[in-house]
Design a protein around this ligand. Structure first.
Ligand SMILES: Cc1cc2nc3c(=O)[nH]c(=O)nc-3n(C[C@H](O)[C@H](O)[C@H](O)COP(=O)(O)OP(=O)(O)OC[C@H]3O[C@@H](n4cnc5c(N)ncnc54)[C@H](O)[C@@H]3O)c2cc1C
Length: 395
């Protein structure tokens, strides 16, 4: 059996490994020229932890994880206003939390492809899929533009992220499925030894209204920055003007020296995208199935998109892996959706619930967040916070 997987992010790589281990022939098509070096720090908890342990990926992830003691909110003078102890966060999140840089997570998944028999999984970097279609007897994708190549397979897996092209080609335009949550997020990595030394082992987050900048010191001496801000549009529905860097400099002025320094060093084209969820009535059509953010993005508000990407891809491997003829494909894809969609929908609901505490819209919401954080050691409140943060996972 053969599958084409579009996207060598965490979902695509894990699906490739699991299907490869089950004896499938896999072609992974990734539009980036090489593994993407850019990224942000991610908390890894919830279903992905269990899945990673089960498939043997967890030790590779733990080996590249960072030690985080706390997430600390600070005012513009750098003075802490409240903080979340990470041991306590791990307890609320159901046991284990790893803090990982996104590219490190992907590299770990890439290295784990060594477990698959040589030649079973082939990755083509610099291979952007420009068309895809799905029939009853197979799928086809077109790679590239002028000198395009067409590839056929038994199954097409769209693991190409929140702006999935496979989804657009096979299921319809993005507008039908993308639900913006009223914010944008930016992320970039800068070399700044002074900030790096000052903020070791903790996430530092600004305790601000309508915008939040965060930073974390990396082993390399660099600093990973991320910024979330209200996505205001003008009366005509156009986004705020200017390049992403200009927009960030405007939006995040006045949040203190550390943020000013990050903005000074911000590259011209940082990652900057809408914060959104993907909501679809169904994830499979003919021989095409979506996995990860492509079908069920929960957004950074849920803090577990990477975790769900791993767990979803592992489950897809479990149900599709044993299929040995085209007759069993539809039933396997339906089974994957039946078992996985409710989990994703629960995480999406948890993500939406956190919106006001993630990015307070006024002083009252900010005070409430401070109060909740300080009260997390109280019995009952900790369960409430767990539900806000991780949905049903901590039950
Ligand atoms: C700022 C920020 C913070 C986050 N924090 C967390 C966190 O703390 N914890 C957590 O679990 N999650 C977090 N997330 C979410 C997490 O990053 C995503 O849910 C996860 O990376 C999704 O993985 P994926 O493999 O489904 O998609 P992606 O990582 O988006 O990978 C998709 C891949 O497909 C490729 N691709 C796209 N189009 C094509 C095409 N046409 N042809 C070929 N290739 C293509 C892309 O280049 C990419 O490599 C955060 C996200 C953001 C933006």
């Amino acid at each position: 059996m053969k599958a084409v997987i579009v996207g060598a992010g965490i979902a695509g790589l894990v699906a490739a490994r699991q299907l490869g281990l089950a004896g499938w022939d896999i072609e992974v098509l990734e539009k980036s020229a090489a593994p993407r070096p850019d990224g942000y720090m991610m908390d890894f908890f919830g279903p992905g932890v269990e899945a990673a342990e089960r498939i043997g990926l967890y030790p590779r992830l733990a080996a590249v994880a960072y030690h985080v003691e706390a997430a600390e909110y600070v005012d513009a003078t750098g003075h802490p206003t409240s903080s979340i102890d990470y041991e306590q966060f791990a307890r609320l999140a159901g046991g284990k939390v790893l803090s990982l840089l996104r590219p490190d997570m992907e590299r770990a998944a890439l290295a784990a492809l060594d477990d698959v028999a040589s030649g079973r999984v082939r990755i083509r970097y610099g291979a952007a899929v420009s068309r895809a279609w799905s029939g009853d007897d197979g799928v086809q994708v077109v790679v590239g533009g002028q000198h395009a190549v067409t590839l056929g397979a038994d199954v097409l897996v769209g693991a190409d992220g929140v702006h999935s092209g496979v989804r657009a080609h096979v299921f319809g335009p993005e507008e039908g499925y993308l639900r913006p949550l009223g914010m944008r997020a930016a992320a970039f990595i800068v070399t700044e030894p002074i900030l790096n030394a000052r903020f070791r082992n903790r996430f530092v987050l600004t305790d601000s209204i309508d915008r939040m900048a965060g930073l974390y010191s990396l082993r390399s001496g660099e600093v990973a920055a991320f910024m979330v801000y209200r996505d205001a549009t003008d009366a005509a529905g156009h986004q705020r003007s200017g390049s992403p860097r200009e927009r960030l400099r405007r939006e995040f002025a006045g949040l203190g020296n550390a943020v000013d320094r990050l903005l000074e060093l911000c590259p011209e084209h940082p990652y900057d995208d809408v914060v959104a969820q993907i909501v679809m009535p169904g994830w499979q059509k003919g021989r095409t199935v979506l996995v990860g953010d492509a079908c069920g993005a929960v957004s950074l508000l849920a803090g577990q998109g990477g975790s769900l990407a791993i767990a979803g891809a592992a489950l897809l491997g479990d149900v599709l892996g044993p299929v040995a003829s085209s007759d069993g494909i539809s039933a396997a894809l339906a089974e994957f959706e039946r078992r996985w969609k409710p989990v994703v929908e629960e995480a999406q609901a948890a993500g939406r619930r956190t919106a006001s505490s993630f990015l307070p819209a006024n002083r009252t919401q900010r005070l409430l967040r401070r109060w909740i954080i300080r009260a997390t050691h109280l019995p009952g409140i900790d369960r409430f916070v767990a539900r806000q943060i991780v949905g049903r996972i901590a039950k």
